[in-house]
Write a new protein. Structure first.
Length: 282
């Protein structure tokens, strides 16, 4: 059975709906969702909270749900610092961390971090290779350090649907974590992976009676990612709980083990409840 997680509310939603991260994380847990997630953004043109702080709040406010990074960008940090953040999150969550990992973000974000954009792939590969040793508390000669606390390595879910990302997932990861792809694309990726990894998919939508939601969200995806409209229209999960359950079931049939849902629109609490209802119908 596919697990369902939810992206924690943005700073704007928190302020607009008077919903802090702790309350949001507890609500997701209370309605029966499997995980809560926070993005890792440095410079995206709007106010955002730091991933490590946001997930720490979620971890200390909950007891059961997985605490997910969607996705952590280790290469924009010194590697020892990245490892320290991951180890600390794993420690304060009592081993509930799931570490989505990627090398994304626009060139402005990398410039803000003082890291050349062209080095992002190489630095990401180094991070994926050395992070397990750093988290285990080993002395890493390349860095000349060892870090405490030593923790059990969280699952590494490698983000993005590109060929390079799938290769990284197979080589370094425990899971493949693409976003905004169709069930057909999930099935194609699953065949490449060959059943060796967890498959988690990041998606978006808005549940409820709004008949215009799909077209509105699809238009936003097409504009933001340069995606053809006919393809973008296949991605949003909208409609009633029953209709959402049908769409979720299609991802499950394609090979997805976990679906991570980012809400578009308002009433974050109600969206969680409808999503949990859809999950119960599978």
């Amino acid at each position: 059975m596919v697990d369902i997680g939810v992206v924690l509310p943005s700073l704007a939603v928190q302020q607009g709906e008077k919903l802090d991260l702790a309350a949001a994380a507890r609500h997701a847990e209370d309605v029966g969702l499997a995980s809560v997630w926070h993005g890792d953004h440095l410079a995206v043109g709007r106010p955002v909270l730091d991933l490590a702080i946001g997930l720490t709040v979620a971890a200390t406010a909950t007891k059961r749900v997985k605490i997910g990074a969607s996705v952590f960008i280790p290469a924009i940090r010194p590697l020892a610092w990245a490892a320290k953040q991951v180890a600390s999150l794993q420690y304060v969550s009592n081993g509930r961390l799931v570490l989505g990992l990627g090398s994304g973000g626009g060139a402005k974000q990398w410039a803000a971090a003082g890291v050349p954009f062209a080095q992002r792939g190489q630095r990401t590969d180094v991070a994926l290779r050395l992070l397990p040793r750093l988290l285990a508390g080993d002395h890493v000669e390349e860095l000349g350090v060892e870090l405490a606390p030593a923790v059990t390595r969280p699952p590494f879910w490698i983000g993005n649907a590109s060929t390079i990302a799938i290769e990284r997932a197979v080589r370094y990861g425990d899971g493949w974590f693409p976003s905004l792809i169709t069930p057909d694309d999930v099935a194609k990726g699953a065949r490449k992976i060959g059943g060796r990894l967890t498959i988690a998919v990041g998606t978006t939508g808005r549940l409820g009676p709004d008949e215009d939601a799909r077209a509105e969200i699809a238009m936003g995806i097409a504009e933001a990612y340069g995606m053809p409209m006919d393809r973008a229209a296949k991605i949003p999960i909208t409609g009633t709980a029953e209709q959402a359950a049908e769409r979720i079931a299609a991802y499950q049939a394609a090979g997805a083990d976990h679906l991570v849902f980012g809400f578009s629109g308002s009433d974050w609490r109600k969206q969680c409840e409808l999503l949990a209802e859809a999950r119960s119908l599978l």
